[in-house]
Design a protein around this ligand. Structure first.
Ligand SMILES: [Zn+2]
Ligand SMILES: [Zn+2]
Length: 646
């Protein structure tokens, strides 16, 4: 047979001559696709467009919009950078040069020379010159000995060391222009596709990550198919720096991370605590309306409790080691609130009339994260979940899932965040990763999909993203910087009721197992606040703002009246500050503007005489003069309704 069958992503199939290439297939589909094509995915592997396809295959032409396309593009950019570096610094030696989440790097050894900012600019210019030549990336198979010969002649001990691992095997080299690299590929067709280039920075990196080895220079860069995309990216990068919650958190005195307490263990400063408690109060109010009961549980528990749940030793690597007492008893810092709540459910016999039982707790848990993985509030070792467990009869499950999804949607719409919904299923090819029986899994997966359909949610299904005890509904949230975060979850669990022998007496007088829903809209308060700080760039809606108004007397002579205004705000529950510093009013205004306070109430002789205040709003400036009572009513209404804008 000299024909092969190709299946496309939309399920359509076509026959082609054997050894056709991805490039030829793309050309056959459309000129536009052929122009945009960067690589090809054949049976799940990303390959060069020029690679002959020998057998029937599932095939996808990869463009810039595909992850695989970007990876090949950025990795090819690393080769282009290496070529530029080699031409500017003859004798340069190269380690590895992979693509990363955004962009690429290459580890290089330039002997004594440390690259400066100006050097990076020169390399960038050289890269543009080389990309303009638009030469192809060519794959070449070599015998192992020949590859060794080449790098021996070149004197690149790093590549020789890498080659040692492939002794006797066929080696692939890629070359373009004047540069040859040891590489598995894949690569994009030619250098000309790399249009916009920015080298971002240089960092030290030990060869192969081992501190006994030589320190190389790791050059980071990013490239795009157009200048506009590069500019947008660089702007977003600056914007992310400006909004960085670690920077704002310290400037606005929200939280503190100090090695004296321990990494990943944030301290909430008074202002940050106001922010956090406002979130807690918001959710607590909503939960009360929905029949939740609040509980409180301790921060450590007997290790056996987690053996029953399977959290130990199942999640051993992400927990702090057990605390072993002399009498043999062992405790674990609580990694999960669930088993505690299951005990509360079991405190007395339950009847079908009691269900659903909805237990909620802002419960602090501790997880062990590698020190290198911690990041401000978004990756920590101790955090508080807005956790709840709903114990219900099977015929109540769908209504309860629906209610928890609605609550989670309400939470994110309150912050003006766009939500995508992911139904996370288990991977049937890896059943050993999950607890419970197949029938329950199928049932639970079917039920969450039915609810999603009934609610007409716009969702997608992800195989292999379930938790170990059940499928989930995950809320993927987009923030103001267009980054996606996995925040809230709703999880269905048929496993823990078995493990903990949870029961209720049904209408039939028989004992039954309840189903559990685990849910947490914010997920972790720490992480959520970190994301909120960046989402709002520190300019919070009034109901969250640690300081809602500042009262600024113009002179000492009106200080009594200003104090009256301040007291009245305080008495009505508005978080106000009184600025009677002996400074010029212009200075005070600038200062409060910097601190991002929503309202400044400026008080002079005229205001005192008329019982008014002069309003200045953050970023908007002068808002005119209003009667004190009017202002108060207006902002109290804004706070009460948790309005998104001021
Ligand atoms: Zn390569
Ligand atoms: Zn749970």
């Amino acid at each position: 047979m000299n024909k092969i069958k190709i299946t496309f992503p939309d399920g359509s199939q076509r026959e082609y001559d054997r050894n056709i290439t991805g490039k030829q297939i793309a050309e056959g589909i459309s000129k536009g696709l052929a122009k945009e094509a960067l690589a090809v995915e054949v049976n799940g592997d990303v390959c060069d467009l020029s690679l002959p396809i020998e057998q029937d295959a599932i095939l996808k032409i990869l463009k810039w919009s595909d992850d695989g396309g970007k990876e090949a593009y950025w990795h090819s950019s690393a080769h282009l950078m290496a070529e530029a570096i080699e031409s500017l610094y003859p004798g340069a030696k190269f380690g590895i040069g992979p693509s990363i989440e955004t962009g690429f790097y290459y580890d290089i050894d330039l002997g004594d020379h440390s690259l400066t900012k100006e050097d990076l600019q020169h390399i960038e210019e050289k890269m543009i010159e080389f990309s303009n030549r638009d030469v192809p990336y060519i794959r070449e198979e070599k015998q192992w000995d020949d590859a060794v010969d080449y790098f021996k002649k070149k004197g690149d001990q790093y590549k020789l060391e890498l080659l040692e691992e492939f002794k006797g095997q066929k080696i692939t080299l890629y070359h373009h222009g004047n540069f040859i690299d040891l590489c598995r590929g894949p690569h994009i067709p030619s250098t000309g596709k790399i249009k916009a280039i920015k080298l971002l920075n240089v960092a030290g990196a030990y060869w192969r990550g081992n501190e006994k080895n030589k320190m190389m220079q790791r050059v980071y860069g990013v490239t795009f198919p157009s200048k506009k995309e590069l500019d947008d990216y660089l702007f977003a990068l600056e914007e992310a720096k400006r909004r960085d919650h670690r920077k704002l958190g310290s400037e606005m005195e929200l939280f503190l991370l100090t090695p004296k307490v321990g990494s990943g263990l944030p301290l909430w400063l008074p202002k940050g605590t106001i922010l956090r408690e406002s979130l807690v109060e918001f959710l607590r109010d909503e939960q009360k309306k929905r029949g939740y009961q609040t509980v409180i549980t301790p921060h450590i528990a007997n290790l056996d409790l987690y053996k029953t749940s399977g959290h130990y030793p199942y999640y051993k690597d992400s927990q702090f080691p057990p605390i072993q007492l002399e009498d043999g008893e062992a405790f674990l810092l609580k990694p999960m609130n669930c088993p505690h709540h299951h005990q509360i459910y079991s405190v007395k016999p339950r009847s079908y009339r009691d269900l659903p039982v909805r237990l909620a707790e802002f419960g602090t848990v501790y997880r062990y994260e590698q020190s290198g993985e911690m990041n401000g509030l978004t990756r920590v070792r101790g955090f508080t979940q807005d956790d709840a467990h709903i114990y219900c009869a099977h015929d109540q499950l769908k209504a309860e899932i629906k209610a928890t999804i609605e609550l989670t949607q309400l939470v994110f719409s309150t912050f003006g965040m766009d939500v995508k919904i992911r139904l996370s299923y288990r991977d049937d090819k890896n059943v050993e990763k999950y607890g419970g029986e197949a029938v329950f899994w199928e049932q639970a997966q079917r039920e969450i999909r039915e609810v999603a359909d009934e609610m007409k949610l716009d969702y997608f299904v992800a195989i292999g993203e379930a938790s170990f005890y059940g499928p989930k509904v995950d809320f993927m949230v987009k923030d103001a910087l267009n980054r996606t975060w996995q925040l809230g979850t709703v999880q269905v669990d048929y496993v823990m009721p078995e493990r903990f022998q949870l029961e209720f007496v049904g209408q039939d007088g028989q004992k039954h197992r309840p189903v559990i829903i685990h849910r947490a809209p914010f997920g972790s308060l720490e992480r959520f606040v970190g994301i909120l700080i960046e989402h709002f760039a520190g300019e919070f809606p009034l109901w969250l703002a640690p300081t809602q108004a500042a009262v600024l007397p113009i002179t000492d002579a009106v200080s009594d009246y200003a104090k009256q205004v301040f007291d009245s705000l305080k008495a009505s529950g508005i978080r106000a500050e009184f600025d009677d510093r002996n400074e010029k009013i212009g200075y005070k205004i600038r200062d409060w503007e910097m601190r991002k306070v929503a309202y400044m109430l400026i008080v002079g002789e005229k205001e005192k005489t008329n019982g008014t205040v002069s309003i200045r709003q953050h970023k908007k400036g002068d808002q005119g003069v209003v009667r004190m009572e009017e202002f108060q009513t207006r902002i109290l209404e804004n706070i009460k309704t948790r309005a998104l804008t001021i």
